[in-house]
Ligand binder design. Structure first.
Ligand code: SF4
Length: 242
């Protein structure tokens, strides 16, 4: 048993978690039929008509092209708070990019992170080398799990072309006790690039040196699309969206 599992502070294990909320599949189907023909801006506008604004949670990784989603939200729903998962392993350039976008788009950004003792465990254990799923679970999935209990909808910037899993997604899905909302899901890479060029959005500084997808320092190398993430490993997702 690992120190994490044995430690008495671990009071949020799966066995102790409350039962996850369930959502009517017919409601999700109707939402998808309504939102599918809309643009990302229209989808975000409609979201606040169909849901209480206080029930909407937005996350951003402030990664390669996060400016796209943040720019759309800042123009369409400037009141929306943005949560950033601070794994403690980000590139300094990511933190600088976050500061820049926050200032540029007047964002209300709140950092969330793992409990200190859990993060420290992964640091000493170098968990990302031996069990990256466990490391992501501690530093990304658990902090979000605690947060999402307070919300009904979770908005994020996933696009279908990014991974095989994402290629299967619709605008809405009910997953793990929350309604996921992907306003950019059907945006192609070309459309994304055109939007970025048209609005002169700043790229993450590491894009200029060959990074296309940017996560933690330990698990990111330069590469096309998401090939630089968990390089030499079958892992393609951190688990947040699975
Ligand atoms: S991406 Fe790597 S370092 Fe970051 S939380 Fe996951 S396994 Fe750990």
């Amino acid at each position: 048993m690992s120190p994490i599992q044995a430690a008495p502070q671990n009071n949020d294990s799966a066995a102790q978690r409350p039962a996850e909320r369930e959502f009517d599949p017919q409601r999700i189907k109707a939402l998808n039929e309504k939102y599918r023909p809309l643009t990302p801006e229209q989808r975000i506008t409609e979201l606040y008509r169909d849901f209480e604004p206080s029930q909407v949670m937005l996350t951003s990784s402030f990664a390669a092209t996060s400016a796209f989603l943040l720019h759309v939200f800042s123009r369409t729903a400037p009141h929306q708070r943005v949560f950033f998962i601070d794994t403690g392993y980000h590139f300094p350039q990511t933190l600088e990019y976050k500061r820049k976008l926050t200032e540029l788009y007047h964002l209300d950004v709140v950092d969330i992170r793992a409990e200190d003792w859990k993060h420290e465990f992964t640091l000493k254990d170098e968990t990302w080398k031996k069990d990256p799923d466990f490391c992501c679970s501690i530093n990304k999935v658990e902090p979000i799990y605690a947060l999402k209990q307070n919300y009904e909808v979770w908005a994020s910037g996933l696009m279908r072309w990014q991974t095989e899993h994402r290629a299967t997604l619709d605008v809405f899905e009910a997953r793990n006790g929350i309604i996921k909302f992907y306003p950019l899901i059907d945006i192609t890479r070309e459309q994304r690039d055109a939007y970025i060029a048209e609005h002169q959005l700043p790229f993450h500084p590491l894009v200029a040196v060959g990074y296309s997808s940017i996560g933690c320092t330990h698990c990111t190398v330069p590469g096309k699309d998401r090939s630089g993430r968990w390089n030499n490993s079958p892992k393609t997702e951190c688990g947040l969206h699975l």
